[in-house]
Design a protein around this ligand. Structure first.
Ligand SMILES: Cc1cc2nc3c(=O)[nH]c(=O)nc-3n(C[C@H](O)[C@H](O)[C@H](O)COP(=O)(O)OP(=O)(O)OC[C@H]3O[C@@H](n4cnc5c(N)ncnc54)[C@H](O)[C@@H]3O)c2cc1C
Length: 405
């Protein structure tokens, strides 16, 4: 154990490998340790296999954290355009899918290869699979004990990610180390995750599994730790409840026991704007069936299900009472429903919560109490919106840390 590393990075995922490459190229002697047989598994499965590696519009407003200001410094020093430049320098072709989301044209493996190539340029040593048995502070150095021996280092960077998808090796190790050294941890919770419902709240909508449509969704509340949100995105009806980008986004803000709100007509695009009252007051609609009127602005199967839910199936509009019209309008524009829960860590894309940013320096990602102990990536209480923001946080926090090693 004569060698003293400048940094040992625990976790060779997005943040860990990126930080290692940058630090190595700055001349630091860096060792990455990971318990997985294969590195970068989360990158490989990300973005449906094409890795939504950043977002053109990534800004502090796209992140949830107990301290929303924490991300500002790191994002400003390593904005998305820097990672895009790096991707381009490797000749990786990419495209914008939706609202600034950038995906590889071919495969997420290209991003893993890029990170490995950056590490090779920086002469980073990588060892995996290795079991980390303990991390201890020894005067001005750190000791990392593994099943393959002991290593000494000036700094330890915790980059073991979040708890989603335990099947590919997710653990709470960074959170355990944070607690071991007295840092606070904000309760972890699955986020960007589908929501489940009970039969009495969801009714016949289970029969519409597979249906997807644009909606306006709202969840959370002002008093909640991460506040409230409103998104215009697609919702997907499934056999278990609701998924799709709208619901994944809303899940990060959802407070257990409280409803989410869906305006099924909120994203209907009609020249001059859409107004539910105008649709209902249209004289031409008087002789039409309720489900036919609804089908002019909604998918037919959903229009029928909503008419049925309000006992208006087969009823001519002229025969529908004012009270029933009001109830239908409420259902269409403010469907307020309490999810039973989420589909949990197995299906979540990210972790909400993590190492409390009040105990970290936002410029360097270092523990305020322990010189040389850093936390980067998803293990920190910083959670991005859907759309490439979580990888952008991995790159930005990894970059900030690398400058300080
Ligand atoms: C299905 C899915 C799709 C996603 N798609 C996108 C997307 O398209 N765009 C986006 O921005 N984000 C996406 N994400 C989120 C993104 O993958 C993560 O936010 C990002 O990978 C976090 O980077 P990280 O380095 O902090 O953690 P990870 O990339 O998860 O890396 C953590 C590393 O630590 C290792 N490790 C864990 N525990 C230990 C331990 N005890 N000892 C040693 N090593 C350990 C793991 O093996 C892993 O290599 C997706 C997530 C999922 C689950």
């Amino acid at each position: 154990m004569s060698k003293i590393w400048d940094a040992i990075i625990i976790g060779g995922g997005a943040a860990g490998l990126f930080c290692a490459g940058v630090a190595g190229q700055l001349g630091k002697q860096v060792l990455v340790l990971d318990h997985a047989e294969i590195l970068g598994e989360k990158i490989r499965i990300s973005g449906g296999g094409r890795c939504n590696f950043t977002n053109l519009h990534s800004s502090p407003a796209n992140f949830l954290s107990l301290n929303p200001h924490f991300v500002k410094s790191a994002l400003a020093r390593y904005p998305s355009k820097e990672f895009i430049k790096l991707v381009s320098s490797y000749g990786i072709n990419y495209h914008e899918k939706h609202q600034g989301q950038l995906f590889c044209d071919d495969s997420a493996k290209q991003i893993i290869d890029l990170l490995m190539a950056e590490c090779a340029k920086g002469r980073v040593a990588i060892r995996n699979p290795v079991v980390i048995e303990s991390i201890a502070q020894d005067q001005e150095h750190w000791l990392v004990q593994t099943n393959a021996g002991s290593e000494k280092t000036k700094s330890v960077v915790m980059a073991t990610g979040g708890l989603p998808v335990p099947a590919i090796g997710a653990t709470a190790y960074s959170l355990d180390i944070a607690k071991q050294f007295g840092l606070s941890v904000v309760d972890p919770r699955p986020a960007l995750v589908p929501l489940s419902f009970t039969a009495d709240t969801f009714g016949d909508l289970y029969d519409l599994a597979g249906l997807s449509l644009p909606v306006r969704i709202a969840s959370g509340s002002k008093g909640h730790r991460y506040g409230a949100c409103r998104f215009n995105e697609d919702v997907l009806l499934t056999h278990k409840g609701l998924s799709g980008p709208a619901v994944l986004q809303a899940s990060s803000y959802w407070v257990e026991g409280e409803p989410i709100h869906i305006d099924w007509l909120g994203a209907v695009e009609v020249a001059g704007g859409f107004n539910c009252d105008a649709l209902f007051a249209d004289e031409d609609n008087r002789t039409k069936l309720t489900e036919t009127i609804l089908a002019s602005v909604l998918p037919q199967r959903l229009a029928k299900a909503f008419a049925e839910q309000k006992n208006l199936l087969g009823r001519k509009w002229a025969e529908v009472s004012k009270k029933d019209r009001q109830a239908l309008k409420e259902l269409l524009t403010n469907w307020s429903v309490k999810p039973a829960g989420t589909l949990g860590w197995k299906k979540a894309e990210v972790m909400l919560g993590g190492v409390d940013t009040k105990d970290l320096d936002g410029q360097t990602m270092m523990s305020r109490q322990h010189t040389g102990l850093f936390f980067i990536g998803e293990c920190v209480d910083v959670t991005g919106h859907l759309g490439g923001h979580n990888f952008q946080w991995a790159w930005a926090s990894g970059f900030a840390c690398a400058q300080a090693l």
